[in-house]
Design a protein around this ligand. Structure first.
Ligand code: NAD
Ligand code: UDP
Ligand code: UDP
Length: 315
């Protein structure tokens, strides 16, 4: 039985990961400061004796004897990571340093949840891992993008200098059940607006694109990456290459919810990337032919059912 630390474990992705790791017979420590995560996400795990919940901020040192670390602690939605940008950078940089220090001390394997945001507003399409990106170092999104880029550098340097066993994945836009209703990301916003019959808010003209991955596909890729042989360190893209414009996404959500909502257009936020789509050839090659299996309609339907229940309970 492995003892696994999941930082950010009470968040959207973290809660699915904790659940899957417990199902596979591991002992899980879920560490979270509840900035964007919630106890509600892991309530159903609390009775499992192999699940331990720790309220802790990764910017403070943390000591435990563990075999593996999945480092997910960091707000991921633009409205949340821009709320306190200095704290966001510290969470990525100081948080990664502490978790790497811990991994070094106990000789644990450590996986970093990096992001497609390291490519910024990409000039190469789709994005392969060897593309260095196009990031504004002083823009609104830089607290997140540059924090994650610095964390990747820390991971590589702890590996080279201290032989820490690392894995880096670059996650592309992911959605699924347990996203926060006030998360502010496009899929949760659109579904909630559609279910409530409110206007659907498209930022810009809706021609910008994203490629959306359902959370179960990500969790599968993440665990496969952690279990690769020691010489496989990444970074590796984990995402779904099916690309949609934001306008197409809005129409699809209106169709699937049978909503009477109207689409309205609002200003495009600063430095909003125009297009994003992962090149997943490396993931297929090193992760035992991993590929996303859940399409947009299937995934959206699950999330629509989930938010419908959440909204009914909130009433
Ligand atoms: P989330 O906001 O639901 O989860 C982040 C979790 O980290 C929350 O539970 C939050 O409370 C916790 N946290 C934040 N700061 C912390 C701190 N200082 N100490 C301890 N805990 C802290 O977001 P998510 O979508 O589940 O994202 C999880 C990870 O995946 C993040 O690192 C994010 O950057 C990365 N990621 C997500 C996406 C996506 O599309 N969802 C894309 C790329 C990368
Ligand atoms: N650290 C931690 N838990 C540990 C070991 C280290 O949180 O079990 C923290 C430690 O406090 C330090 C960081 O990780 O701030 C980096 O540790 P490292 O040993 O690499 O550097 P140093 O302590 O020499 O600065
Ligand atoms: N977006 C939108 N309306 C919303 C929320 C987001 O049009 O209510 C747009 C946003 O400007 C961006 C895309 O949808 O172009 C994806 O936004 P999200 O915040 O989900 O992810 P990210 O920009 O970090 O990829």
């Amino acid at each position: 039985m492995k003892k696994i630390l999941v930082t950010g474990g009470a968040g959207f992705i973290g809660s699915h990961l904790c659940e899957r790791l417990l199902d596979e017979g591991n002992e899980v420590i879920c560490l979270d400061n509840y900035f964007t995560g919630s106890k509600k996400n892991i309530l159903h795990l609390l009775e499992n004796p192999f699940f331990e919940l720790v309220r802790h901020d990764v910017t403070e040192p943390y000591y435990a004897e563990i075999d593996e670390i999945y480092n997910l602690a960091c707000p991921a939605s633009p409205i949340h990571y821009q709320h306190d940008p200095i704290k966001t950078i510290k969470t990525s940089v100081v948080g990664a340093t502490n978790m790497l220090g811990l991994a070094k001390r106990v000789n644990a394997k450590i996986l970093q949840a990096s992001t497609s945001e390291v490519y910024g507003d990409p000039k190469i399409h789709p994005q392969p891992e060897n593309y260095w990106g196009n990031v504004n170092p002083i823009g609104l999104r830089s607290c997140y993008d540059e924090g994650k880029r610095c964390a990747e550098s820390l991971f590589m340097n702890y590996h080279k200098q201290n032989d820490v066993r690392i894995k880096i994945i670059r996650i592309f836009n992911t959605y699924g059940t347990r996203m926060n209703t006030n998360d502010g990301r496009v899929i949760s916003n659109f579904i909630i607006q559609a279910l409530k019959g409110e206007d659907i808010t498209i930022y810009g003209d809706g021609s910008q694109t994203r490629s959306f991955q359902y959370v179960d596909d990500l969790i599968e890729g993440m665990i496969r990456m952690m279990n690769t042989s020691e010489n496989v360190i990444g970074p590796v893209n984990i995402g779904n290459p099916l690309e949609y414009s934001i306008l197409e996404l809005a129409s699809e959500i209106i169709r699937l919810t049978n909503s009477s909502s109207k689409i309205i257009f609002k200003p495009l936020p600063e430095d909003d990337p125009m297009q994003r789509k992962p090149d997943i050839s490396l993931a297929k090659e090193i992760l035992n032919d991993w590929k996303p299996v859940i399409g947009l309609e299937e995934g959206l339907t699950k999330v629509i059912t989930y938010f419908d229940k959440v909204l009914t309970t909130e009433k």
